[in-house]
Write a protein that binds this ligand. Structure first.
Ligand code: SF4
Ligand code: SF4
Ligand code: SF4
Length: 590
């Protein structure tokens, strides 16, 4: 590709043909402000350059009008100016126009402090709003248990549409109408819950304002914690171990597990447990299910079932492939009924009084916990007063807010251990937080169960990293087990089309995670969640795996204990009752 040479603010720069002015400017250390622009949604091919907000305008000598730098490629010998008084005034005016019909209730806005619009106004020294427009009064959409939309705060940047349409290929959102009447809304103007939205929250991660966010359930948890009749237990998802610290100034990817436990104890939870424990349980059930399918001619390839956004995606768009999905519940949903049966029995607590909270990376987990079939403890006890296995799901961002509300000095907390019984997790469980992790954890156990030999090398590097689709094969007593891994629903769609066409018949196991990078890039994680953050969080996940003494799920002593004392065996009667589920074909393609 030919190189183009141009001048930016007096500096000569040579860049490959097709480079935008914005990116060429970066190369000479010039930062042009942007708002609607989004370089990476999570995977490198997803580009969003709509040039809608016009905050990144620059002056090009010889051109009458300013040009938007995010989507204008440099030309040979272009002379570009990025911060003349006229440009600065134009940028400010563009921001003021945006603010003129914006509901400016920053102090009470959930995006306060992490809002890109707010931050840019501060950076560009916007001190007044000259144009005074009519403020829209559009209804707030809280139909989804996961996501809340306030269209009055939308600046029409369309980042959410790109995340939903290009990255996830769900296409639940659209730009509707023109000019002042233009809105970004769920397809067909329906409430979000009535669309094919899978609740993944990738739209919330990229929204620069408070227009799309997770549903806030912190109030319900505060109430439960204050209720002396309730025994409130909490579980923390593997990925949260390396993400919560970001909000408290710690480097991205720092292992804050011990501090998170300490914070949860200070918040008043009666018992602090780890979803890593039930991730190990998942591997036992899912690994044995895979072995059973291979030995008995079951439906293959088997798909993983931990990611609820992915489950809903399959139910909506590929209902014919549902028999491929493992019947195992996700680690979150295995934890819930076990807390209300095994733990309740062991501790002599009335299961009606046990209130289960999850700390999750994921907005779709709120949807998953609310699914009507997720009430196995009620069936077990034949007690209709138990309504849900997991009572409340909080995203990483909500826990961060609770820690702040309680005035806890998180960064300086001492490390504290999880409580026993459901608190021990292995390295295999820890890597559930990163794309490829569930697969690697399953292989660590399946290999040893099938061959009866010790794995010579625990690390399956082929399934690690941010490549969209990864592949590996392992010889197990003469059988070559072939596996695939996909993260983001756009990548999943590529694989599912092949499965549907019968092209992947010789594969045994496919891991699918709805979010780019896996759970570390979940829709409920700290903002920003860029490619760089995702990569550093993944590094933190594997470092923690290396540090842990036990790195295989079947070697977890607390997992061995629950099989001995309660479940008896993987895929047994109690396991089926409490740990397995079914799926519901839905959506247009059904
Ligand atoms: S979206 Fe941003 S600018 Fe708008 S009210 Fe919320 S914090 Fe303020
Ligand atoms: S939650 Fe996911 S599927 Fe739903 S609108 Fe947002 S990006 Fe699309
Ligand atoms: S909802 Fe957020 S991401 Fe979507 S267009 Fe509006 S401001 Fe942009």
């Amino acid at each position: 590709m030919a190189n183009i040479t141009c001048t930016i603010d007096g500096q000569r720069v040579s860049v490959p043909e097709g480079t935008t002015i914005l990116n060429a400017a970066k190369q000479v250390g010039v930062k042009i402000p942007t708002l609607c622009y989004l370089e990476h949604v999570g995977l490198r091919h997803v580009k969003h350059e709509v040039g809608e907000c016009r905050v990144c305008v620059v002056e090009v000598e010889g051109k009458k009008d300013f040009v938007t730098s995010c989507n204008t490629p440099v030309e040979e010998n272009m002379i570009i100016h990025t911060h003349t008084p006229k440009i600065i005034a134009a940028r400010k005016l563009n921001l003021e126009m945006m603010l003129s019909d914006h509901h400016l209730d920053c102090p009470t806005c959930p995006k306060n402090g992490i809002c890109e619009l707010q931050k840019l106004c501060a950076e560009l020294n916007v001190r007044q709003i000259r144009p005074q427009g009519e403020k829209k009064e559009l209804p707030i959409d809280d139909s989804s248990p996961s996501i809340i939309r306030d269209p009055n705060k939308c600046i029409l940047c369309q980042r959410c549409i790109t995340a939903c349409r290009v990255l996830q290929t769900v296409d639940a959102l659209e730009l509707y109408g023109n000019g002042y009447d233009a809105v970004v809304r769920p397809k067909g103007g329906l409430p979000l819950i009535e669309t094919q939205c899978v609740a993944c929250g990738q739209c919330a991660l990229v929204c620069p304002t408070g227009a799309i966010l997770e549903k806030d359930d912190t109030g319900t948890v505060w109430k439960a914690l204050a209720d002396p009749k309730k025994h409130v237990v909490v579980q923390t998802a593997p990925s949260t171990h390396v993400t919560i610290g970001e909000a408290f100034g710690l480097p991205v990817g720092t292992d804050i597990t011990g501090k998170m436990v300490a914070a949860l104890k200070r918040l008043g939870f009666n018992a602090v447990f780890d979803t890593n424990w039930s991730a190990d349980l998942t591997i036992m059930e899912e690994g044995y299910e895979l072995i059973h399918r291979i030995k008995n001619g079951g439906v293959l390839p088997q798909f993983t079932s931990c990611s609820p956004g992915w489950i809903k995606f399959c139910e909506e768009f590929y209902p014919d492939l549902l028999p491929h999905i493992s019947s195992c519940k996700s680690p979150q949903q295995m934890f819930g009924p076990i807390a209300k049966t095994y733990y309740a029995e062991k501790k002599g607590i009335n299961p009606e009084d046990i209130f289960v909270v999850s700390i999750m990376p994921c907005t779709a987990k709120k949807y998953e916990a609310a699914r009507p079939e997720m009430n196995a403890a009620a069936t077990y006890w034949n007690n209709p007063n138990i309504t849900r296995d997991v009572d409340v799901v909080l995203t990483s961002r909500e826990l961060i807010r609770m820690i702040r509300e309680a005035g806890i000095d998180f960064a300086n907390l001492p490390d504290e251990p999880y409580d026993p019984l459901m608190g021990e997790g292995t390295g295999a469980a820890q890597i559930f937080g990163a794309t490829g992790g569930v697969m690697e954890a399953a292989l660590r156990t399946a290999y040893e169960v099938i061959t009866g030999k010790t794995l010579p090398k625990l690390d399956f590097e082929d399934v690690r990293g941010m490549k969209e689709i990864k592949e590996a094969s392992v010889n197990m007593n003469g059988l070559t087990v072939k596996v695939l891994v996909a993260h983001s629903l756009g990548a999943a769609r590529q694989l599912l089309d092949k499965v549907r066409a019968g092209e992947l018949k010789d594969y045994h196991f496919i891991e699918i995670m709805a979010c780019p990078g896996g759970c570390i890039g979940g829709g409920g994680q700290p903002i920003p969640t860029t490619v760089e953050e995702r990569e550093n969080r993944i590094k933190g996940i594997y470092e923690r795996d290396k540090k842990l003494k036990i790195r295989k799920s079947h070697e977890n002593p607390e997992i061995q204990a629950i099989y001995k004392e309660f479940l008896k065996e993987p895929l047994g009667h109690k396991s089926h009752q409490l740990l397995h589920t079914h799926y519901t074909p839905r959506g247009k393609s059904n």
